[in-house]
Design a binder for this molecule. Structure first.
Ligand code: URP
Ligand code: ZN
Ligand code: ZN
Length: 480
């Protein structure tokens, strides 16, 4: 067969269920055929390489607006560059709300900024203030504009919703047909332990982990699930750090609830011990929930294998280590309470998960493809993304499964000034990234036009429809 714009020839194609030798033919940026002996105007030799779906990162913070003006230190051009260098072609990032203000203004500003993207992108809307106007007018408007997921924080001074606010967001999402994602940690328990640690003079970065042990994550996840069950609203629990939380998700799913779980590379590679490095160095590894220990990492792999955790995102955060912003915004002697949380990881996500997952024999190739692309695309309604099938966008990564690389800052191509994975040896590396049929990265060199990414307005889809099971059959979400 000929007449394709582009043919990726002779590679080993990885779909969500299979691995087989085939050519991939592309017409107009779309996968037109998968077969043998395809011919096209341009051909790329993929002999000896895997052909993976372009990565879909449904939890990353890029150029996120900050209170008081400006945005975090990862911009759309640098963030897109890091994504494409690492084999990610689609992201879902965050439009934010500041307490006391609405969501439409920041959303419009954020949408304008994202016009520079070189990856395809959609947004989650963070809700921090569940006012009547936000709940009854602005959320339905944002969802109608294609922002089909909301994020709620159950902790952080500036962001946390109380249970009533959370319930109001769940109800608004149910009415509008959106998914709710939840940061699960118990705010009051963290406050109490933090006060005690600071009073005891324990202020170093390592005490970040002490301030939020596993049971506070588990308690919040349990509560989030119970409240979502009461409203009959599907949720995804973000950045699960330990099996105790996955167990809550598994029990919910066993009862037929629509509850999904996401985890991140940091929970397979970093431990609380990293935050105990000398001086301020530990701040580089500080994220929430906190990294745990080696036994927790092993247990998380079991949750991945069982399918309880079915998405691995980066949770990339745009905080530099040096300089007056980012990790040192409160000074180099700041207590753990005043150090911004989060670690960068846009580029490193696929290499790390391939290495510690596939190369280490813990998961097979289709499972890898589902975790980093297929499942997040399905769960977040990203039509045409996440899988190598005819009709989908031709988002492909040519992957050398044997190449060994030592991760280092210069390979990350982000705007952040460090990587928490410095020195980590990985097996498996992206050789080329193709976005909608265009080769946008080859041998670590990203070449894409700022603004060439597309906004992905997400419409309704079946997966996140409520189950119809309500306590006493009463739909409180119709009234409050
Ligand atoms: O520590 C983290 N995860 N920072 C990013 C913000 C969030 O909670 O997702
Ligand atoms: Zn979070
Ligand atoms: Zn996050």
């Amino acid at each position: 067969m000929d007449g394709f714009d582009l043919v990726v020839r002779g590679g080993t194609v990885v779909t969500s269920s299979d691995v087989f030798r085939a050519d991939v033919g592309v017409v107009g940026g779309t996968i037109a055929a998968i077969g043998r002996d395809l011919r096209g105007g341009r051909e790329i030799d993929a002999g000896g390489l895997l052909v993976l779906p372009g990565g879909v990162d449904t939890h990353c913070h890029i150029e996120q607006l900050q209170k008081g003006g400006g945005a975090d230190e990862e911009g759309w051009v640098s963030g897109s560059t890091a994504c494409l260098a690492g084999g990610t072609t689609t992201v879902v990032t965050f439009s934010t709300q500041f307490k006391g203000a609405g969501i439409a203004g920041p959303l419009a500003d954020y949408r304008r900024r994202a016009g520079a993207a070189m990856v395809d992108y959609g947004f989650h809307q963070i809700i921090t203030d569940a006012t009547d106007d936000v709940i009854w007018r602005e959320i339905p408007e944002a969802v109608a504009a294609g922002v089909r997921s909301l994020k709620v924080f159950l902790t952080y001074d500036a962001l946390a919703l109380d249970d009533r606010g959370f319930l109001r967001v769940l109800a608004a999402a149910r009415r509008a047909g959106a998914l709710v994602t939840v940061h699960c940690e118990n705010y009051e328990a963290i406050r109490w332990r933090t006060e005690a640690l600071l009073a005891a003079g324990r202020t170093a970065p390592k005490y970040h982990a002490w301030s939020r042990p596993k049971m506070i994550e588990r308690e919040a996840a349990h509560r989030a699930i119970a409240l979502a069950e009461m409203v009959d609203q599907p949720i995804q629990i973000f950045h699960v750090s330990c099996s105790e939380v996955a167990e809550e998700i598994a029990r919910a799913r066993h009862r037929g609830l629509k509850v999904w779980g996401e985890t991140c590379p940091q929970y397979f590679t970093l431990t609380a011990g990293h935050m105990d490095r000398p001086g301020f160095e530990g701040a580089k590894f500080m994220c929430s929930p906190a990294p745990r220990d080696a036994a927790d990492q092993a247990a998380l792999w079991e949750d991945i294998r069982r399918g309880t955790l079915d998405v691995i995102s980066s949770d990339h955060s745009g905080w530099c280590f040096d300089g007056p912003r980012g990790k040192q915004v409160a000074g180099r002697d700041a207590s753990f309470r005043d150090i911004p949380n989060g670690v960068p990881g846009l580029m490193a996500r696929l290499p790390i998960i391939f290495s510690v997952g596939v190369a280490a024999g813990r998961i097979d190739l289709p499972h890898f493809a589902r975790l980093i692309a297929g499942n997040p695309a399905k769960l977040f309604g990203l039509a045409g993304k996440g899988a190598i099938v005819p009709g989908n966008d031709a988002d492909l990564v040519l992957w050398d499964p044997a190449r060994r690389t030592t991760l280092t800052q210069s390979l990350m191509q982000h705007a952040i000034d460090y990587t928490p994975y410095e020195g980590l040896e990985v097996t498996g590396w992206p050789v080329a990234t193709i976005r909608r049929g265009e080769v946008v990265m080859r041998d670590n060199l990203v070449q894409a036009e700022p603004g060439s990414g597309r906004y992905l307005a997400r419409g309704t889809y079946d997966l996140i429809r409520p189950t119809g099971r309500l306590p006493d059959g009463f739909d409180a979400s119709a009234f409050a």
